[in-house]
Design a protein around this ligand. Structure first.
Ligand SMILES: NC(=O)c1ccc[n+]([C@@H]2O[C@H](COP(=O)([O-])OP(=O)(O)OC[C@H]3O[C@@H](n4cnc5c(N)ncnc54)[C@H](O)[C@@H]3O)[C@@H](O)[C@H]2O)c1
Length: 369
């Protein structure tokens, strides 16, 4: 298993990445003495797919708490039900939560771990690509509020992030693509060589290889590299700025316009990665107009996103409404909209002085009305 350390003084932990390593979680928990009773929080689908594999190794069978699938269940009411169950079952400060699932489960179970009895230990066991490369790393936990996504939450680091890359082989193509948008983001913001690696391997980065046992093995090797490189970059950025005051803002590349698109379409038209893909192209176009970026990089970013099957055009939404939605995003600071703009492959800059008329023109160029 490869290990990447997230160095955060007394809150440091490892990201462990393997392929077929889920059964080893139990012995790790035992060896590290992370918790006497283990509670697995998961959803019914993930529980069916890999719950038994996780539970099998534990001497005392962990209790499993299931949460219905979907973003709309990432809320305080569901968290409260989990507190009720944990209390009923006698969970203590020395119990351990295992968050087994995608980013929804990771955020929700992490938040419950952060708040139950003022904080108990938890391990992230992400099973979607998006959660493996992004959501499970960095300790951002939380639930949605009717007024705003992820509004209630806490920075609370896990004991470890334990990744079994083979779990992604059952993901639908669209779920795999949403994670890929974040992967492309890492290459562009931090690592030109990784970006080039993605360009060279783009034709393999889909679910096709998972359909055949023979090709699946080789494909998972490639995914292990991709998850590892992405996790390294996320860990580096988190280390520089655990609580997202400045340096961590580079992770919002593509998210300014992305979030506006998601909220404007009430999280129905695009999934997160699709909105971020459009947002990354918009940021590149803005950077071009500000003469920060070469045409070649913008073209390469668009080509890579298209090869991966991610959208790069805004289908008919009104540009003015997108611009209005930018201003109410929670990442706006002091009334100014922050944009993370690329300067070259592997290098971005944060700017809060982009004229909104320029943004609107770029959105029009990308198909907005
Ligand atoms: N904390 C952070 O830093 C951070 C960062 C990015 C995103 N997020 C959050 O992550 C969430 C999105 O996460 P997501 O994209 O993983 O979505 P998700 O958690 O909703 O998972 C998507 C779907 O995939 C299913 N699934 C999970 N693992 C599977 C597997 N191995 N095979 C087949 N199906 C599987 C789930 O049941 C679910 O229906 C959002 O709530 C977002 O706010 C958090």
């Amino acid at each position: 298993m490869a290990k990447i350390k997230v160095e955060l003084k007394e809150r440091s932990y490892d990201i462990m990445i393997g392929c077929g390593n889920l059964p080893e979680l139990a012995s790790l928990v035992r060896q590290e003495k992370w918790g006497r009773e283990v509670f697995v929080i998961t959803d019914p689908l993930v529980n069916d797919l890999c719950g038994d594999t996780v539970r099998r190794g534990f001497k005392a069978k962990p209790v499993t708490l299931e949460v219905p699938r979907g973003e709309r269940f990432k809320n305080l009411r569901v968290a409260e039900k989990l507190y009720d169950e944990l209390a009923r079952l006698g969970a203590h400060r020395d119990s351990l939560i295992v968050a087994l699932g995608g980013g929804v489960i990771g955020d929700l179970a992490g938040f419950v771990a952060a708040t139950y009895m003022r904080g108990i230990g938890y391990v992230q066991v992400p099973t979607t690509l998006l959660a493996q490369v992004d959501a499970a790393i960095g300790g951002k936990t939380g639930v949605n509020h009717p007024k705003c996504k992820n509004m209630i939450g806490a920075f609370y680091q896990p004991k470890a992030v334990f990744i079994d890359v083979s779990t992604i082989a059952t993901l639908p193509a669209r779920e795999l693509r949403t994670g890929l948008a974040e992967v492309v983001k890492y290459g562009l913001i931090e690592d030109a060589d990784f970006f080039k690696f993605l360009e060279a391997n783009a034709h393999h980065l889909n679910t096709k290889a998972f359909e055949d046992e023979g090709t699946k093995r080789a494909a998972l090797g490639l995914w292990q590299t991709i998850v590892g490189e992405s996790a390294k970059i996320k860990a580096l950025v988190v280390e520089k700025d655990e609580r997202e005051t400045k340096a961590r803002m580079v992770l919002n590349f593509g998210h300014t316009v992305g979030h506006a698109l998601e909220s404007l379409t009430r999280y129905r038209a695009y999934n997160h990665g699709e909105a971020v893909a459009i947002g990354m192209r918009a940021a590149a176009k803005i950077a071009r107009r500000l003469k920060l970026l070469d045409e070649e990089v913008e073209a390469r970013l668009t080509a890579l996103l298209e090869k991966l099957g991610l959208p790069t055009e805004i289908a008919g939404l009104p540009a003015k409404k997108i611009v209005d939605a930018l201003a109410i995003d929670k990442k706006v600071i002091g009334g100014r909209v922050n944009f993370v703009l690329p300067e070259r492959l592997g290098k971005v800059v944060i700017r809060d002085d982009v004229p909104l008329t320029l943004v609107k023109n770029v959105l029009n160029e990308m198909g907005a009305k």
